[in-house]
Each structure stands twice: as C-alpha cells, then as structure tokens.
Design a protein around this ligand. Structure first.
Ligand code: SAM
Length: 339
C-alpha cells in the first residue's frame, strides 16, 4: 500500500461521473449556467474502469460515485457493473440528490452498488424550492422511500447545515432518518468551490449541532471507533446513531485517505486543491498499466495536502474561489470535482 508524506494511505476514490446537475443548490452550484466540461473530454466507462483497476493496484478499496448528479450519467448502472466486477473494491457507494433514485434504485442495486447516500437538507417543500431552485422534494422523498422499502442496508442522509436556512430542522431530520432506517450525517457548511455566498457566520459548528440535539434528546454519547471516515458518530439515549462531519471547524486531514477523479480525468488530491493531475491524456496517449501506476504512485507519495486545516489558519475566511474565476476554471467547482 502506498503512503503520502504524512503516511496517509490511498484507499478512497470519489469518482465524479458528470459535472451536470438537476438542482441548483445555493451552497454548491448556485448559478444556472456554468462552463461545462466538453463532451469529448468525459472519460468513457472503459477509461474509468481502467483507472479504477490501476487505483485498486495502489490500495484503493472504496469507490464512491458522485458528481454533479451521478444519476444524470446515461447508463450509469453499466459503469457500476464494471466497477463492481473488480473484487478489490469492497465498498462501492453512490451519493445522489435522490431525484432519479426512485426509478434507478433497483438497477443500481442489481448492478452492484453496496450503499446509497442521499443529500437532504430540508423536509419543507417551499424551503427546498428556495434552496435548490427546483420543485423536486417529492421525488427526492420517493427515492429515499424506495431504498427503504427495498431494505437496502447502509442508507445515509447528508444534510448541509446552514444558519438561518435549515438549522431549525435538525430534530425533524433525525426523526425522518429514523423512519427511513437511515443514518443521518450533519455536514458543516464548507467554503468550497461554488459556495459563493459562504461566510463563517452561516456555519453551524459541530458543537452547536450537538448542543441543539441534546436540548431535545438529552445526553449524546460519542461512538469511539477506528476509522478514516469523515463523520464523527454519536448515539442518542434511545440507541439511534447519527454523524457530524466537521470539515470546516475540525477537519480530518490527518487521516484523509481520499482523492477525487473528475469526469474528464483530472485527479485531485484534496477537495481544496487548486490543480489536479491530468490522467486523461496519458490514458488516451496509450500509457501502459505500469506507467499509470508509476505516475499515480509518485504523485501520492509526494502528497502534502491538508487543505481544510490550511483554511483554519486564515484570519479573514472567504469562499475559496470567487465566481469570476470559477467560470473560467470549471475544475475549481464543487460539482465538477465531486463533493
Ligand atoms: N448531486 C449529488 C448530491 O446532491 O448528493 C452528489 C454531488 S454533491 C456535490 C455531494 C455532496 O457535497 C452533497 O452531500 C452536498 O451536500 C455536499 N456539498 C456541496 N457543497 C457543499 C458545501 N458548500 N458544504 C458542505 N457540503 C457540500
């Protein structure tokens, strides 16, 4: 297994399969139009599977499909089948906004997806509309219900908590997760790519999330576990578990074993990285497997990124990138790099 300069292994690959999305969430992709990735640059399923095979050689055993909205990628189940055939990938998951999940869930499960995570920031239709600029909450809830009805284990709900936007719904979301047999994870609002209206005062920190929940549920117990997962997990008195991902106020850089591949084959070693390594060119120029392995291993061995921790040191923290720069450089966007 290969390790970087801080002895972090490469185990976790987030594969963005498209930069397109059918929502326009205020905290992620607020604009209607972007500089979309050229179609010819998007990796084919064969190219993606070839790279996954190389990553597996280097120690990757967890792959998460993301985007953009991954379910907008045509025939996604076919790609899932190809990755699932790689026995070294012991955890194959997908993060989706849930809109197309009702119709795709069975095909995804049959193709080999192990676990589904659905982003869900509110249960209120008018709030959903205001936050995402689309009227799709009903489909999202149907998608979640479809997964529940299939008794598909490992269902997670991800909620970005924003002050004054949805921080009054924490308990409702916990109770909804309970009904769906899902584990909810509250994510601190991050100052990544497209969060152009991000400011520190909109972040609800982990401590406050826990405080609000304990007002309703009483004592909350820490679940102590050895894991490189981003979420710290907790247990309520009645046994229900949930997670908090405190990437903004208490980042997990020291154990971060993840990297990201964009839909057009740029490899990013950190969510906050400004540049990535182009894997599409060597792939299309006919690089051999040993050549690709050498390329990836030397880049990982030199990895020094601790992006979220570096952000903590800033005194006047602003969004990572301003909208004008984003339009010129689509790879800096959250929806391009895959959240
Ligand atoms: N479209 C899919 C979805 O909605 O889940 C996958 C892509 S989305 C970029 C992946 C995750 O990134 C979502 O859970 C989303 O909530 C999270 N995300 C996007 N912008 C964020 C931000 N500014 N802070 C924290 N999480 C963010």
């Amino acid at each position: 297994m290969i390790r970087d300069t801080f002895a972090r292994p490469l185990r976790n690959l987030r594969l963005s399969v498209t930069d397109r999305c059918n929502l326009r969430c205020a905290y992620c992709m607020p604009e209607e139009e972007y500089a979309w990735l050229p179609r010819a640059d998007i990796l084919t399923f064969e190219e993606t599977a070839r790279l996954v095979d190389v990553f597996a050689d280097l120690g990757v055993d967890k792959v998460r499909l993301t985007g953009g909205e991954p379910l907008l990628r045509k025939d996604l189940a076919h790609l899932v089948k190809m990755i699932a055939a790689e026995s070294r990938i012991r955890d194959l998951a997908i993060t989706t906004n849930g809109i197309l999940l009702g119709q795709e869930a069975q095909a995804l499960r049959d193709a080999g997806i192990h676990r589904v995570t659905v982003s869900l920031d509110t249960l209120k239709p008018d709030r959903f509309q205001a936050l995402t600029r689309r009227d799709s909450l009903t489909q999202v809830l149907e998608g979640i219900e479809t997964v529940r009805a299939m008794s598909w284990p490992g269902l997670k709900l991800d909620t970005v908590v924003m002050r004054g936007v949805n921080d009054d719904e924490l308990v409702d979301l916990v109770e909804f997760a309970r009904r769906m047999s899902a584990e909810i994870r509250f994510i601190e609002y991050m100052d990544v790519g497209g969060a152009t209206r991000w400011s520190m005062d909109k972040v609800v920190a982990r401590a406050e999330i826990l405080e609000r929940l304990s007002e309703r549920y009483g004592r909350i117990e820490d679940i102590v576990e050895e894991s490189s997962a981003p979420a710290d997990r907790f247990r309520l008195g009645d046994g229900l578990t949930f997670g908090v991902i405190s990437s903004t106020t208490a980042p997990f850089c020291s154990s971060c074993d993840r990297s990201r591949l964009t839909a057009d084959g740029q490899w990013l070693l950190c969510l906050y990285a400004r540049t990535g390594m182009d894997l599409r060119k060597p792939l299309r120029d006919g690089a051999s497997k040993p050549e690709l392995i050498a390329l990836l291993s030397s880049a990982w061995a030199a990895r020094r990124d601790r992006g979220a921790e570096d952000r903590l040191l800033l005194t006047d923290r602003q969004p990572l990138i301003q909208i004008t720069e984003l339009k010129a450089k689509p790879h800096l966007e959250m929806h391009t790099r895959g959240g």
